[in-house]
Design a protein. Sequence first.
Length: 144
Amino acid sequence: MSTLSRENNATIRIAAALLLNRQGQTLLVRKRATTAFMQPGGKIEAHELAVHALARELEEELGLRIDPAQATFLGEFCAPAANEPGFVVQAQIFQLVIDADVSPAAEIEEVIWIDPGTDSDLVLAPLTRDLILPFYRASLNETA
């Protein structure tokens, strides 16, 4: 369990990625011993900028090295934490297009590429299901 407590409003600060491939699919991950798929990323340490936390987490969890300067900040989103009942995630979300192969490492058990424009039968974390994918779909509709 994290060192966060109720004293700091049960909020977990994270950096996460809307990772896209050249075919327009987005990458979701599932942590070991959980059921919900979510954006890759993780907790922001006290001394880190969100984009640097994202770069560190992507390398640890997926073996993916990114240039933080290539990450486009999409905004801050808040939702109930998928794996920590009673907590809320406050997520700084960045978009990246990648060509590299990724493989699960650290606590990640499974990775999957999905079409973000369609509803999937996967169990999705609230942040992904209710905020990030709808936000991305709306941006696709604006450019269409």
